[in-house]
Design a protein. Structure first.
Length: 177
């Protein structure tokens, strides 16, 4: 976004804010869907994220990638949303349980592959989904994840390993259904 557009948003210019929203809503909604358990949760996170971006826009110093700054606000919003709903149960015990849950909705339909993958991601337990997103899709290191979530580095690594296994089983199940 150009500096004048940012300045217009800071001044409360509704047209500039609408353009800002239109520019980022698609990418940020996709991010929200990856962290959320449902489309409704993703919509809530999206709304909260834009409120925070507009509220805190003055904090962007112009250094670094602006879209990266917006993305970080949304990731933090998604994590806070999960914590509020007490869904971020990082250490889930799945020993002795079947990792593949039955679904009445087929994974692979006429939807684009990205939507199907998001649907599979949404079936991961919240803790697995959170760590998977942060490490695999956002590029955070295990020490960074541990700090963000208040867990040990070892827990982050083991939960990622379990998340990948769970994701793989869900994916395999969807291919054979």
């Amino acid at each position: 976004m150009t500096e004048p557009n940012l300045q217009a948003c800071l001044r409360g210019d509704r047209l500039a804010q609408k353009q800002f929203f239109e520019r980022f809503k698609g990418k940020m909604f996709a991010l929200c869907l990856r962290y959320a358990h449902s489309r409704e949760d993703a919509e809530d996170i999206l709304q909260e994220g834009f409120v925070k971006v507009f509220r805190d826009l003055y904090q962007y110093t112009g250094e670094g990638n602006f879209e990266g700054w917006v993305r970080k606000v949304f990731v933090n919003t998604a994590l806070q949303h999960l914590q509020k709903q007490k869904k971020a149960l990082i250490t889930q015990e799945l020993d002795g349980q079947d990792l593949v849950e039955e679904s009445t909705e087929p994974f692979f339909t006429d939807e684009p592959p990205a939507k199907n993958m998001i649907r599979i991601l949404q079936q991961l337990p919240a803790g697995f989904r959170t760590i998977f997103n942060l490490h695999v899709l956002e590029g955070y290191s295990h020490p960074e994840i541990a700090e963000i979530l208040g867990i040990s580095v070892g827990t982050s690594k083991s939960q990622l390993m379990r998340a990948k296994a769970y994701f793989r089983k869900l994916l395999e199940s969807s291919l054979t259904s």
